[in-house]
Design a protein around this ligand. Structure first.
Ligand SMILES: C[S@@+](CC[C@H](N)C(=O)[O-])C[C@H]1O[C@@H](n2cnc3c(N)ncnc32)[C@H](O)[C@@H]1O
Length: 274
């Protein structure tokens, strides 16, 4: 893949004008708690096949080699996380519009970030930028206990509905305990708000992932990472070339790796007030 292609497709601004999404509630009445999560209806074989091609041609043919990541990307029905207007491009090799000027990231970037996070079942993972809920679903499919924060209330509601409709065990922050997660899936805790401050009550996290780009590492997120943990984020201002940076918190300090040039939507809220 060329650098140009990667920069263009990572998670850029929405290629279409933002528009209202269909009401998540209309497609999937929200159950009261994770314990009420119901299995989704069987999938159309065409989408299963489209996903198999996505995994083979866009991921395995590049540098996604972790079998657990490839299996999670095959398992999660990506089309359920995009609005109807984007169904035809759900399995394309690029980002897709999800409304409110935001995008669901390119499948390759989701897989690359997930692989770089080195997630093990049972790990606590904080995601900043729930967006469509797709990345949270992939982490849940890896057995992680996911905590995800979205600043746009309408998108937070969309992700909640999409995750539940696809059979993921969602817990709203006001609902309390996750109950028993579905077999193999980690619970997904959702919260609406500014992710800059993290989720202090649930800290420390084994992994922290940002899917919107700040121009500095938010100090509260550093503080909420466990010793030995990894923090992955696209770093850079709106007019700069951003880089995907992985920070490892050691007992005696931090180690930083610059993994990939990328283009993500900016982190909004407090990140822009410094
Ligand atoms: C590229 S999209 C996320 C893609 C998402 N992970 C997915 O799987 O669809 C970035 C998201 O970050 C959200 N965001 C931006 N700044 C934020 C902040 N300060 N706190 C929480 N979410 C934020 C945006 O509203 C947007 O939904």
């Amino acid at each position: 893949m060329t650098l140009t292609l990667l920069l263009a497709l990572a998670c850029g601004p929405s290629p279409q004008p933002p528009g209202p999404l269909p009401s998540p509630g209309a497609a999937s009445p929200s159950p009261a708690s994770a314990a009420d999560a119901v299995p989704p209806p069987p999938e159309d074989p065409h989408t299963v096949d489209a996903r198999r091609r996505m995994v083979e041609q866009q991921l395995a043919a590049r540098d996604i080699t972790d079998p657990a990541v490839l299996a999670a990307m095959q398992a999660v029905p990506r089309q359920r996380f995009v609005p109807e207007a984007s169904w035809s491009v759900a399995y394309h090799d690029g980002a897709a519009a999800i409304g409110w000027g935001q995008t669901i990231s390119q499948p390759y970037i989701v897989a690359f970030m997930t692989q770089a996070l080195q997630v093990e079942p049972g790990m606590k993972v904080l995601e900043i930028g729930t967006g469509s809920g797709y990345q949270a679903a992939v982490l849940s499919a890896l057995g992680a206990h996911v905590y995800s924060i979205e600043i746009v209330p309408e998108l937070a509601a969309w992700a909640d509905g999409a995750l539940r409709a696809a059979g993921f065990p969602v817990v709203q922050s006001s609902e309390g305990s996750a109950g028993a997660p579905l077999p193999g899936l980690g619970p997904v805790h959702l919260r609406t708000g500014d992710g800059y401050l993290g989720w202090p009550e649930a800290a420390p996290f084994d992994r922290i992932l940002l899917t919107a780009a700040p121009d500095h590492v938010p100090p509260p997120l550093r503080d909420q990472l466990a010793v030995g943990g990894l923090l992955l984020l696209p770093l850079g201002g709106e007019t700069e070339v951003q880089e995907l940076v992985r920070l490892e918190r050691g007992a005696r300090g931090w180690r930083e790796e610059r993994l990939l040039p990328v283009r993500f939507v900016p982190m909004t809220g407090q990140a822009q007030q410094r």
